[in-house]
Design a protein around this ligand. Structure first.
Ligand code: AMP
Ligand code: ZN
Ligand code: FE
Ligand code: FE
Length: 289
């Protein structure tokens, strides 16, 4: 059956829950997706699949299609490059080991950033812990929430534009695998890898054509070219490279609940592209709720 008939309603393939840095639990997120009129939603928490079971159960109850996914942190030099991964086997040893390593590195890095921020602002690690759920993948958004709670910023976005911006001097990168290695791990686990928001300034600058060709060769499926943070010029350049190297184009919201202005369904993916993802994703089944 063709995608348009199989998937009723818009398809949003990039969202975050409280398992990472979204503000809603996986079930709340699935219900929000239904309320937003989506027919399909992917849960893509950073470096974690811990929300899959809850989201799957919620999708069955709510009658929406759920694509289990993850946003895998990767790194090129000092730049952070995000890799969306869909329908892989969450128990695959390579994925389990690498994501555990990244989550641990994120934790240490967040503690070090808070230590440095604490020299200039009355902020402690306990303040940050108070903003995270147990075992969540910790990131700057949790530090941002702690800064808001302490009155040093009005919103998460304001904290990102100020104290948490790399130019403020408190920023620190964390360990993450190179995109090539992450793509290989995802494919080896039966998953389908897509570079998230590839036309943002930081990302498009570090991925030259030869590098992209190499990633395509290694099994990259597509580029998330419909995303509010992509820059028009880099998007146009990558659109022609996608055609040249046979990469699919996806679109998504990158919803973080109340943590970011991005709204569910503000960008969507074509049903025919989701069909290809489901054909190629052999590590986990979609949940047709
Ligand atoms: P980190 O990965 O720890 O460096 O933090 C960056 C992450 O924060 C990205 O995944 C962003 O999507 C996320 N984020 C969540 N809320 C916001 C916000 N309001 N402004 C900017 N980034 C945000
Ligand atoms: Zn995030
Ligand atoms: Fe991202
Ligand atoms: Fe994201």
């Amino acid at each position: 059956m063709s995608g348009a008939r199989r998937f009723r309603g818009p398809i949003d393939l990039h969202t975050h829950s409280s398992v990472s840095d979204g503000t809603e639990t996986p079930s709340q997120l699935v219900r929000a997706a239904v309320a937003a009129g989506l027919g399909t939603v992917a849960l893509t928490d950073h470096d974690s699949t811990a929300g899959w079971a809850e989201a799957s159960a919620a999708a069955r109850t709510a009658g929406i299609t759920l694509i289990p996914g993850m946003e895998f942190s990767t790194r090129v030099g000092f730049a952070s490059v995000h890799l969306l991964a869909y329908l892989f086997d969450p128990s695959n040893a390579g994925i389990v080991a690498e994501t555990a390593r990244v989550r641990q590195a994120r934790l240490v890095r967040a503690e070090q950033m808070v230590e440095r921020i604490g020299v200039d602002y009355a902020l402690t690690w306990d303040d940050v812990l108070a903003q995270t759920t147990p075992d969540a993948t910790v990131g700057r958004p949790h530090i941002a929430d702690a800064l808001v709670a302490r009155g040093f910023a009005l919103t998460r976005s304001e904290a990102f534009a100020g104290i948490l911006h790399w130019e403020a001097g408190y920023y620190q990168p964390h360990y993450a695998p190179e995109p090539l290695r992450a793509i290989s791990l995802v494919r080896a686990a039966g998953g389908v890898p897509v570079i998230a928001h590839p036309a943002t300034r930081g990302v498009s600058d570090v991925i030259a054509e030869a590098h992209l060709a190499q990633l395509a060769e290694a099994g990259l499926f597509g580029l998330e070219l419909e995303h509010r943070e992509n820059k028009p010029e880099a998007t146009a350049r990558l659109r022609s490279l996608a055609a040249k190297y046979g990469l699919f184009v996806t679109g998504s919201s990158d919803y973080h609940g109340e943590g970011k202005p991005n709204r569910l369904g503000e960008n969507t993916t074509a049903p025919e592209v989701l069909d290809r993802i489901i054909e190629q994703g052999t590590g986990s089944p979609p949940v047709f709720g």
